[in-house]
Design a protein around this ligand. Structure first.
Ligand code: CA2
Length: 149
């Protein structure tokens, strides 16, 4: 069984730490990736970390994950609220999927309250800042540990 986890990030998350720190904090996406890599090593997980502003690229990475990954952490950005295509791709993935939102989407505009991805996600983390990524990786490691032994 693979011990490779994918961390996927959707549109505009490349701007993390550069704009709107009152909502998304001051860590950049490169900081988040570095933190995830350090933690993944501790958890004996290999990691692929990606961000794209293009829906099809995220879908292609989910398809790739079907072949090689044990779990997916995904912050789909605004595609959370719009993308049946990302939901369909995740529905074709067999391992655990944890959805992460840096902000508490439920405290924000009504259009952010609905998530297509939550229809597939095994867990959802929202409003814990960028710490949510690490917690999601820990959950993937926990859920896949039994399968690896
Ligand atoms: O809270 C989250 O993580 C979101 O997934 C972030 C998305 C938003 O559309 C979701 O409703 C909730 C937006 C990501 C935009 O990231 C930026 C970061 C810094 C500056 C501007 C945008």
């Amino acid at each position: 069984m693979s011990r490779l986890a994918f961390v996927l990030n959707g549109p505009n998350l490349n701007l993390l730490g550069k704009r709107q720190p009152h909502i998304y904090g001051s860590e950049t996406l490169a900081d988040v990736e570095a933190d995830c890599r350090t933690l993944a090593a501790d958890l004996c997980l290999d990691l692929r970390f990606h961000q794209s502003n293009r829906e099809y690229e995220i879908i292609d990475w989910i398809h790739e994950a079907r072949e090689v990954a044990c779990g997916i952490v995904i912050n789909p950005g605004a595609f959370t609220h719009t993308s049946v295509a990302i939901l369909d791709a995740l529905n074709a993935f067999d391992g655990p999927v944890i959805e992460v939102h840096i902000s508490n989407v439920h405290k924000r505009e009504a259009f952010r309250h609905h998530s297509y991805v939550s229809l597939r996600a095994d867990g959802v983390i929202a409003g814990l800042g960028t710490q949510g990524y690490g917690l999601a990786l820990r959950r993937i490691a926990h859920l896949t540990a039994a399968a690896a032994t």
